[in-house]
Ligand binder design. Sequence first.
Ligand code: SF4
Length: 480
Amino acid sequence: MADKKEECGIFGIYGDPDAVQKTYFSLHSLQHRGQESAGIASSDGECIRCFTGMGQVSRVFRAGRGVLKRLDNPTAIGHVRYSTTGSSNPTNAQPFLSEFSQGQVAVAHNGNLINAPLLRDEYEAYGHIFKTSNDTEIIVHLMAKPTHVVKSDPLGHVLNHLQGAYSLLFLFPDRIEAARDPYGIRPLCLGKTSNGAYCVASESCALDSIEAEYIRDVEPGEIVTLDKNGLSSRFFVKPGTVTPAHCIFEHVYFAKQSSLIFGEPVHDVRVRSGRQLAIEHPVDADIVIPVPDSGTSAAIGYANESGIPFDMGFVRSHYIGRTFLSPSQDMRDMAVKLKLTVVKSVVEGKRVIVVDDSVVRGTTTKGKIHSLREAGAKEIHMRVACPPIKHPCFYGVDFPTHEELLANQKENMEEIRKFLRVDTIGYISLEGLLSCASLPKDHYCHACWSGQYKIPVSKVVNKFSMERHQMQLFDEREME
Ligand code: SF4
């Protein structure tokens, strides 16, 4: 964990007297999906207002009731962001509010559009001017195109132009439209509050935070409308024509343990992955400890299956910010130590099995192993609840480059073991991981392990990667 950056979280609610306050609470519960920026857009039925800012939800809305009061309207959408396309700056914060021939619209997006640079090139050639460097803005340009607004379902028509991963919320003055890409890569679910207002969220933990009931997931290729008539649905891609590609990394790491993702509890899938790991990579030891928080459920599974006692060998500080913001490797190592403190009395003199959800670059994992050695662990056995990550993600998760991934840097498992300085190492197999989730195995995306991209990426992505790096370089220079 910690080397990969989270993506985004979205929430929307229609026709609730406390819509803005509930959006604010829901964004707090989705904060694990992005801490770079946050925002809320709300509508009184005629006009949309929007407020966005850099940082975590509490920071953006630190003026507290003042800002929320100004936004106070019965319909709202919200967004927490980690940038996967476009740089980290205030213009890229969402919801993204625009006005076009059909009126106002605010957009909140979780995912990544792999054909956005191509579409953008095309539109810029016709004189379109873009305000941001993020991929979401192209959607509004597509919506504004005169030949698109006259279609019988303009939004459905526009969505058919997009390639990649998207769970999207559109706030129009009189309604919310929620859509999910035909592969259902990112999650999106529907709920209902106790006073009958419909809401939509990236994860069910957001519904729990406002005591809303989970109804169901938005289906891949579906658009759900929340308006004065309640809830209605239509499909922009015929159901059953596309095999889903749900991101199984949501189960491994991104989603909160308390959430339901793709129709099943995240915690349960993680516990099963820990059990599977114990079956595939048994070892004699005194205790099983997790790397908290995302390794905890898998460690419980490993302990249950192996019969080796579970204990908390690390304590996590919730008061330190993101470690990858620290300027140097030394500082980052120190920040990791502050974030995860070893409980010496638990590990000293013991043969320890450490369970983590994943290993990306390996540098932070190495730091944690070093801390365990310093605290007197006699043996350290590393167990990883997902297979070695070897390929980049083009669907909304910002992994390091191909060359920076530990599994690509090292020739074999023995090399990885030596690099991490552990006594033994074991990763769960891809087959084993897929068997821990309930849907058919071919309904998940596992490209970051297998390299099998279900949405063809070759041409589009090569261009996308190039432009993205150029944009980031440009932005970094600007900030210097
Ligand atoms: Fe998820 Fe990996 Fe697929 Fe990206 S490549 S969508 S992280 S499973």
